[in-house]
Ligand binder design. Structure first.
Ligand SMILES: [Zn+2]
Length: 210
């Protein structure tokens, strides 16, 4: 029934691939199958080290996701973050964790963007894995944009950028999500705040590695 409805809608209002001019066919979502195959061929699963976390991994090189990340962050496309989260979950076994925790963004940035893209990544993951999302487990204070800072400045700046939010069961095992790995300072700071909140295992994941 859904596909009948979808193909009917596609006839009166064709959808295009967000990455190329191709029209989307019935079951395709966001990306045409050519672009989707190309994207999935970019999976690298790069392992990193983050002091506050038990494991840390990035899914793809930033180059493969750059155009998508731009649309997600600056072009009001949260559904694309959902799509990428779902794609990740479809290609990765469900982790043995109690919940997914999105890295929070400041209230000011949230007002400007209208949503937290990391929450939308987690919603995509959860649509496949069925894991709960603890979106208030961490809170963040507003900080200036990081773009102009070097690695040491960012690390200093990030130290107290997060704090434990809504209490969760002590010893909880968590998968912590950010969209992009830049220096690891954000994930490290978020990890320490989750530890302060009583987390047991923390596994950091990102879609892209810059
Ligand atoms: Zn395409």
């Amino acid at each position: 029934m859904y596909f009948f409805y979808r193909s009917f809608l596609d006839k009166i209002c064709p959808r295009s691939c967000i990455s190329c001019p191709a029209e989307l066919l019935g079951s395709e979502d966001q990306l045409c199958s050519t672009c989707s195959d190309r994207l999935l061929a970019s999976i690298i699963a790069k392992r990193e080290t983050i002091p506050s976390c038990d494991s840390a991994e990035a899914w793809m090189d930033f180059d493969a996701l750059q155009a998508y990340m731009h649309r997600i962050k600056f072009d009001s496309h949260p559904e694309l973050a959902f799509y990428l989260g779902k794609a990740y979950a479809l290609h990765t076994p469900c982790p043995l964790v109690d919940a997914l925790v999105p890295v929070p963004i400041s209230a000011q940035r949230r007002r400007k963007r209208g949503y937290n893209q990391c929450e939308w990544i987690c919603r995509g993951l959860s649509s496949v894995w069925g894991l709960p999302i603890w979106k208030d487990a961490l809170i963040k204070s507003h900080r200036a944009a990081q773009a102009q800072q070097n690695k040491a400045q960012r690390a200093m700046h990030m130290m107290d950028a997060f704090a434990p939010g809504r209490p969760f069961p002590k010893g909880s095992s968590l998968q912590l999500w950010d969209d992009t790995w830049t220096t690891g300072a954000t994930l490290n700071a978020a990890g320490w705040a989750l530890r302060a909140g009583g987390a047991g295992q923390i596994h950091a994941r990102t879609l892209a590695s810059e």
